[in-house]
Design a protein around this ligand. Sequence first.
Ligand code: GDP
Ligand code: MG
Length: 674
Amino acid sequence: MDLSRVRNFGVVAHIDAGKTTVSERILFDAGVQHRCGNVDEGDTVLDWMAEERARGITITAAASTVPWRDHQLNLIDTPGHVDFTVEVERSMRVLDGAVLVLDGVAGVQAQSETVWRQMQRHQVPGLVFVNKLDRKGADFLRVVRQARQRLGARVRPLQFPLFDNERLSGLVDLLALRTWVFDGDGVRATAQADAVPASCADEVGVLRAELLEDLAGDDETLLEAVTAGRSIVPEVALRALRRRVLARTLVPVLCGAALRNLGIQPLLDAIVDLLPSPLDLPPVIGQDPRNGQRIERSPAADAPACALAFKVQLTPHGDLTFVRVYAGTIVPGSGLWNPRLRQHERVTRVLRIHAEHGQPLERAQAGDIVALVGPRHTATGDTLCTKDAPIVLESLTVPDPVLTLWVEPRSTADRDKLHQALLRLAHEDPSLRVREDADTGRWLMSGMGELHLEVVRHRLQSDFHVACAVGAPSVAYREAPRRPARAEAHVEHAVGAKTIVGDVEVEVQPDPDCVRPEIEWAPGCPVPGEYRPAIEEALRLECHVGPRLGYPLVHARVTVVGARIDRAHDSEVAFVEAATKALRAALEQSGIDLLEPWMRIEVEARAEFASGILNDLSQRRAEVDDVVADGDLRTIHGTVALRRMFGYATAVRSLSQGQAAFSLTPVELRPTGE
Ligand code: GDP
Ligand code: MG
């Protein structure tokens, strides 16, 4: 496989913009055997869930391969709902480029901006596809202007839609000056070298000139041709555009209507022509687990194998571990090393997933995205590599859970089944934590929000056939030091005929940038090097159980500042005890705040419902930042304490006749003031 012919890409969108429809059409048009399903009309969160689930593996397969123009396109599934932070994170981590689908009527919506920001954070090059141009009220150029303002990017149309009596009839490619005319039912499109229709010649001329001028800015050949008024070679312009897309300094905008199959084939062409191949990317970076040194691996097929497991998926035929291969070659029957578990995993089969079907492969190579059968212990985020050239790739950043609730089987006979199912789900989803409550014997699950845990409960029922009852959610509190404080502790014990002594001074400083407590050593601190690992370990454990109510300590920098050394009587045990005591005393002096999770909230609703929703939010003591009006639509942005938002899905449904959409994403921890 020639790597320059591979495209690993994803389709991202605000709910209902048409991500599912576009993805299905891509599979369909590329000729992948696939049932082209109908999409539900529902727009509430739970409808969305039912919809995604009814679709089965087709769209939720972590990656499907489609062939196009002699290229291999790996379509990576991105979540249907941006609340699933880890799902977004994992797909962004392995895709090389993305198509952002915008609704031709609604334009740039709250979650379009959110996913766009995520793409920028992961430096993912993108194209924009303005969908639903067949709908009344759609306006391509208005959406382009909006994208330019709200995405903060250099956004330029690459196509222009054609209408025949207000019916979307085709599109013009502004670079090639080629016209795509859709036939009656829009199933097939034929590229014709038609002249641009006179009705839109002016607009096309202006948009093309603007695009070329932009591209000529850093392309000598193009600049000469443009200034001399010579005709532009389409391939030269396309190459210039590709460079700009890869550098993320220009975002081309395409158009169409996925539901009518309009514009999908030119979109596939653009994915091939403009999005990066694995060779266009910098080498992947990891760490040598033996010495922590930084290693780079280029995507060479003959390098030692290294792959990132980005999703573990349960299927009726066994577990699939989806991996992106970053270097080397994986063949069925080979063994791979999991450096986190320090364990060998056997690969029995390597599958390319075409929609619903897995096609066995003889090998997978650098740049590929495939599913492995065989690994049993590897979890989402793990690296698989060779034992003699071990590497740990940067894992997925998994945020800490913000919400906990208990779950119990309806029938006690199912207790074991529930336990197994929970472990299984936590293995698949690193943002789900599961533990047994020592007092009640109940299982507690913690996750990213009510919706997240609702999906888990749903899956326990539908995938594992365990009917469960769940308790009321409670938020995951944390503790944090209030003021800097210092304390010294001295311990002395008689052990047999000997006296052992430890004496340590510890300082605690509040630091909101420390998500987990940092343990540090002051320069010149006399604690002997051989005691330090044990002391660090003990201090970390001590921090895990917060001093006030036992919630984990965060936002703290703990420094061992001093010690009194008495070579004759020093001992590690005594030093560990002294350090722990000193930390407790320092925390006592510092005072402890109880922190709770705050969420970013976005609610989108028609204008008539906005004041009711705002009233309700103010009763929940939300801080509303702004309300953006766009036609009849209002988008409310703000922040609010998670504990005041329980049951919000139901509340907002009754406030909006079921028509508002909302999302809640964790942003920060704040003192409860108690
Ligand atoms: P997703 O939530 O982003 O996956 O959006 P879906 O693909 O589920 O589509 C949401 C709704 O928009 C469905 O009712 C689709 O039938 C409809 N839809 C999608 N694409 C188009 C289009 O091109 N034109 C029109 N008129 N409707 C569309
Ligand atoms: Mg969908």
